[in-house]
Write a protein that binds this ligand. Sequence first.
Ligand code: CMC
Length: 382
Amino acid sequence: MADELIKGLEGVLAAESELSSIDGDAGRLIYLGYDIEDLARHASYEEVVYLLWHGDLPTRSQLDSFTEAMTAERVVDESIVETVRRLADSDERPMAAMRTAVSMLSSTDPDADAAAQDHEAARRKARRITAKIPTILAAYDRVRQGEEPIDPDPDLGLAANFLYMLTGERPDEIAAETFDQSLILHADHGLNASTFTAMVVGSTMADLYASVTAGIGALSGPLHGGANQDVMEVLFEIDESDRDPLAWVEQATEEGRRIPGFGHRVYNVKDPRAKILQARSEELAASGDDTWYEITTTIEDYLTEEKGLVEKGIAPNVDFYSGSVYYQLGIPIDMYTPIFAMSRAAGWTAHVLEYQADNRLIRPRGRYVGPDDRDYVPIDER
Ligand code: CMC
């Protein structure tokens, strides 16, 4: 067995998957062979979830019955809503509240006792998790704003229904479509840190709730899902202090700070998802406030052209534009990472189901670099 240590497992092949593939040099992302740009332009989030779970795009009737089954799972048991209320009232942070509530969902799952090998039960769990997370998140946000949670509207798609449950207003077509597109873009992304975390848990044949709860934990960090919120905070910082965005960037680079929303472990060029969201941000800016679009593009142009960051392989990632898009949709900024999780639940569950179908416990080794041959000294003599 090779003894080479690869820090951060960079470039290490840990599993085979048919689900998604990233070409980091070409800036291309595919889900089961379909280009992300085609899916974002033509498909709905539900269609993409079906694709990830079933391997093919659905026919019209397959999509209808799938959507009906997903929609039927949106309601969350009152015991969980109660917990969400308590978490919101006690100012628990959104990702932590979501992690707790999703973990608790297993207590009301009719398939809770099914073995992990029961593939059909696992699919039903995946459906319940993905359908219920939006209801949990919206309820959490409503309660902390002093409002009552809103029941899901079965006539709306998952994206539009989430915006409705969050704001109390049915979104217009552009808002619903933009949000749906963003969910598609975040649904899967190879063996990223949170997906790999979910797979490690799944490889012990633990149930899907354990995998997704662990995935949420991994996504919460600023190097992964947390960056979209960080981007928006930077944009606020620049806007509120009336500063020239370039002065902020200069200072940040001089201080050795990382620019949130830039850089990626796999992409060496601009993330294709960032391109799509940039176009949406531009569209929203044209019909409303263009502040955020202006600041982000100014920073991107400067870092790209003047600072040559892209030549060093550090280019905008999906989070650089998702923040300003969500802001323009009226979504509170600390909900950005939870929304990422809401969408990625489809990818996490798809990867766990795929991996468990041909399972091998994930158990790497660590190289021991601690001391050797120490004599035990009784506690009172140390
Ligand atoms: N701003 C400035 N310099 C950067 C940045 C950045 N955002 N990202 C990487 N670098 C530099 C880094 O300082 C290092 O330079 P040097 O070699 O001179 O020390 C070089 O690029 C390589 O950095 P690294 O940390 O070895 O690269 P990595 O592959 O481990 O990091 C990353 C990937 C995403 C953690 C990193 O780019 C980063 O911290 N970006 C900011 C946070 C962010 O936007 N995260 C969202 C990622 S996309 C959404 C998701 O998948 O979760």
